[in-house]
Design a protein around this ligand. Sequence first.
Ligand code: PLP
Length: 393
Amino acid sequence: MTIKPPTSGVRRTEWPASTSRPVVTPLQPSVVYAAPDPDALDAQYATGSGFTYAREGHPNAEVLAAKIDVLEGATGGIITGSGMSAIGAVFLGCLKAGDHVLGGDQLYGRTLRLMTQDLPRLGITTSLADPTDAAAMRAALRPETRMIVVEVISNPTIRVADMAGIAQVAREAGVLLVVDNTFTTPRLYRPLDHGAEIVVHSVTKLLAGHSDATLGYVAARDPALREAIMAANVTWGLTPSPWDCWMAERGMHTFDLRFERAQANAGRLAEALAAMPAVARVIYPTRPDHPDHNRATGLLGGQGGNMLSFELTGGRAAANAFTRAAPEIAFAPTLGDVGTTLSHPASSSHRNLAPEARAAQGISEGFFRLSVGIEDADLLIAEMTRAAAASLG
Ligand SMILES: *Cc1c(COP(=O)(O)O)cnc(C)c1O
């Protein structure tokens, strides 16, 4: 009996050589990168070039970051393991105990939780103010305020923040303005062009677009902040998987097309819903009855995006009937997927708020948020028409 050498099956083979190159970005799952000798490794560390260990960076994250950089007008963007880890890396990299952070009062639910429950444990104080009112944001500043965090379009009430006013408040106070651009995407708004220091994304949503990769992105204007955020990303282990980056890059090839189509669908659905007897109101930025219509028109260049909310005339029973009568529209708490998704804040994202607090935000039992996808608009309208009729009982 022959005994196999112990390295058999372990030793790595060479990649087959080819003069022609693949047209698709190769997926590189390697966790480690072997260097020729200590001098070469030393030089690589010294220049910060190349790859050594996947938590510290890998080609698929770099390729994806460069793609989003182009859209956001950024340089040196960083990919993180989720949208929340992008926000976490910003906080961990830029704040210290004693700092204060001012947030918009309708931020994404987990961001609100991070600010109100987790940052205080680290000695960082936080408060919230209405981002549609720059004077209210200014009034909430403290001497120790280091950062303002806002989203351009609020979730789920689709209010549009006074970005110009807030940028001015931040500039005058010498405070970092951080914008979560997930809902808007660079197709509607580019925060770095309008006074933001840092832009973050949940790439999971519209940019990747297929609900099959969880990722985040962050870019900072100041290289020192960029280094601090990257260090937090690597040290706290918030970095992404190559596979997710590869999937997201693939999704991004069609981002423009998907966005155009979803936005056109949303505009048509907004009008169709507004004409339905079962619908009390529709909130969509291009509609003249939107509470921030004039500001939205200027800020978003007359576009409305793919997100809209509406309220049924009935309560929870009507909401149940509506979702049951629209089986083609996934009742799922996400957004930005190729397929239209429907969410009901009172039973999901806002279920822990007291009914009075929900009412103050205009979120009733008949309130729905719709993330419009790229399906055929006529089929979507037919489905919604049937569901709205069913909600009348
Ligand atoms: C989804 C979302 C996040 C969090 O992103 P994940 O990828 O789910 O971690 C942050 N901000 C906004 C506005 C979001 O919609």
